[in-house]
Design a protein. Structure first.
Ligand SMILES: Nc1nc2c(ncn2[C@@H]2O[C@H](COP(=O)(O)OP(=O)(O)O)[C@@H](O)[C@H]2O)c(=O)[nH]1
Ligand SMILES: [Mg+2]
Lengths: 213, 126
């Protein structure tokens, strides 16, 4: 069976290379609650009129990667890119069911949620290894950008030579300090945005068209 | 891609004849890919993505089937206690396989077994 599937996939890859241009998959990565799904929804809404996923204040609401295909984004100078957007579960180094209890989730539900969130991280890393061509790394500008997980993730993304744009989200909040994100990652473009209010998202689209080409 | 016997955990390199004839160790006839599943799986397209949340990733399981050398390697996910996990991001970024380790004493098998169960169910449905 396995040999059959492998062969079939090899053939379909071959056919794809002939008849279709390769898809550019852009993954939205970052810690839980940074606003990844909010951005994925905004991109999908702005360019296709449809939503993608469930936004929530509860961390790890997104526990499976989801994808929206064939989104064409145009820049100001008339150029455009067609991409698949992949919304991913937030990446952390520790997941504890206790963190869900304060949101009124029962203990049993919280334990299940923690397990799913753990699998979600494994899945997010799986796609980063296998099938992602560029990354929007999403950070909450009110949080410390030097968290270990951010340093590790940016390092992993760099080691894979993937183009990355850092989105410094939630600049609508008074405590936001996107300049700290700039000084933390001077080697990458940083775009301060508010996904909630839509502030500066045009700048992000412009950057995407130029950077992910 | 290497295969793992679901019954005893013995690992065979790609295109070994045992995969067609049965495991030489236990006679088992079910094998799993142990490396990446990417060639078979696609990122689910989901608009809107409100779906049952009980799906289990294949690689996270492997309770009774984990070969001994897997026990000895650094785990990508450590079960500290049921519902509490430590994740080794760098390890997850490297390997094509998720190695799940138990907390001290190995007394939390139940959690891992439940992962294994839902995984089997999913496979049988196919
Ligand atoms: N103030 C503010 N809140 C935001 C912004 N973007 C997202 N949020 C909120 O942050 C929380 C987490 O958002 P979500 O998109 O689910 O984050 P994810 O875990 O990264 O997918 C939700 O309560 C959102 O409403 C923003 O630009 N400003
Ligand atoms: Mg999300």
């Amino acid at each position: 069976m396995s040999i059959f599937i492998q062969t079939r996939n090899r053939v379909s890859k071959f056919l794809q290379a002939f008849f279709r241009k390769k898809r550019t998959r852009i993954g939205i990565y970052g810690p839980p609650n940074a606003g990844k799904t909010t951005l994925a929804n905004r991109i999908a809404r702005d360019w296709t009129g449809e939503e993608m996923g469930q936004v929530s204040e509860i961390p790890h609401e997104t526990r499976r990667a989801s994808r929206k295909s064939d989104i064409t984004i145009s820049g100001s100078n008339g150029s455009s890119i067609t991409i698949d957007i992949v919304d991913t579960p937030g990446v952390t180094t520790k997941i504890d069911y206790m963190e869900f209890l304060e949101y009124g989730v029962t203990r049993d539900e919280a334990v299940v949620r923690a397990r799913e969130a753990t699998e979600g991280v494994a899945e997010a890393m799986h796609w980063l290894r296998e099938d992602i061509d560029g990354v929007i790394y999403m950070l909450d500008s009110t949080e410390d950008p030097f968290m270990q997980v951010n340093i590790m993730m940016i390092g992993i993304i760099e080691s894979r030579n993937l183009p990355v744009i850092i989105a410094a989200n939630k600049i609508d909040l008074p405590a936001a300090t996107p300049q700290r994100i700039r000084s933390a990652f001077p080697q990458h473009p940083v775009i301060p945005i508010s996904c909630l209010e839509g502030k500066n998202v045009e700048d992000l689209y412009e950057k995407m068209v130029n950077h992910f080409r | 891609m290497p295969h793992k016997c679901v019954k005893c955990g013995k690992i065979y390199p790609d295109s070994s004849s045992e995969i067609l004839e049965g495991c030489e160790q236990c006679g088992g006839r079910k094998f799993l890919y142990v490396a990446s599943e990417s060639r078979r799986r696609k990122i689910p397209e989901r608009i809107p993505p409100a779906e049952p949340k009980s799906e289990t990733k294949e690689e996270t399981g492997g309770a009774e089937g984990v070969a001994e050398d897997l026990y000895n390697s650094v785990e990508s996910i450590r079960i500290v206690s049921p519902g509490t996990y430590e994740l080794n991001i760098e390890k997850l970024a490297q390997s094509g396989e998720t190695v799940v380790g138990f907390g001290k004493g190995g007394s939390y098998g139940v959690d891992l077994l439940s992962m294994m169960k839902s995984k089997k169910k999913k496979r049988e449905r196919k």
